[in-house]
Design a binder for this molecule. Sequence first.
Ligand code: IPM
Ligand code: MN
Length: 371
Amino acid sequence: MKFNITVIPGDGIGPEVTAQAKKALNAIADVFDHTFLYKEGLMGACAIDQTGNPLPEETIILCEKSDAVLFGAIGDPKYDNDPTAKVRPEQGLLRLRKELGLFCNVRPVKAYDRLIEKSPLKRERIEGTDITIYRELTGGIYFGDKSLSDDGKVAFDGCSYTVDEIERIAHLAFQAAQNRRKKLTLVDKANVLETSRLWRKTVTALASQYTDVTLDFLFVDNAAMQLILNPKQFDVILTENLFGDIISDEASVIGGSIGLLASASIGKENALFEPIHGSFPQAKGKNIANPLASILSAAMLLEHLGLNEEFLAIEKAVQKSLELGITTEDLNPNKPFSTSKVGDFIADYIQNQDDSNINFQNIHMGQSTII
Ligand code: IPM
Ligand code: MN
């Protein structure tokens, strides 16, 4: 089959890791006889540098016309350290989420067997953890009214949610739970926030349509603690935008590296796939960043296009790279492989699927001829 994919490499390590995800997609195209047509779009600090705009109109149009978007990372320290900057790279991503209607952000968190020792958390606590976070992505305080008083002494960020905004993602989270271990936890702050009370009321009302799913509730402060104390208690977590941003970074510690967490941002008509890690500017251009989150994001893209076998082929290759320690320095400090070597291994494994393959052995020894 033929698919149009918009690639937005973005800032920092984005271009390097996205290039590896493309290698994986090309290997899939080869093996499964698909055609992926890529077009590149600009977004983020690099877009500001080139056009003055963090999200040029052409990029939005490209994304709207494509079957899926693969995105790298956004952000640059020159903006992070300047609170007076009027235009910021992150505005590009936030606007793109809004323009494409990407209201549902799915973030899977797994404790991979091979990496359990990498996590600062104890094996017995995290072994077997398998959580999917459903983070609302186009509402809440991220998109509320904002203001700063003329004297610069009072700042305001408003937070609002409508029943419709809550229902559309809640349905998807309930359905995900039905296909998994049938437990849904709504994370909110309903003891303090009016918006959280609306979330509880709305989600509770929907529960009668999903009687096979057990629904429970946790305040976000307690959820933050429970994620570390006993992450295995969670199956699907549903939460609003800001809480989801925070607890998904926290949950990444369970997996051993934030460099492993992929995400899908889904709307009615569009879908975008990105690693949850940031632009990691310290590593930019050094060929040391972990590309697995980007590669796994490409896998989620395939799953979204209905290509399940293809999705599994990438997952299997990633498992293999973890098993063999063909990983970057965050996971393999003693004998690290470069970003591009990890990408080459994944592509090679997808194509050959054969542990005795010559390239495979060479890569394992860090001497592949194809690299
Ligand atoms: C994320 C990021 C973004 C967010 C930033 C870059 C705007 O942290 O995707 O989690 O806060 O949503
Ligand atoms: Mn984040």
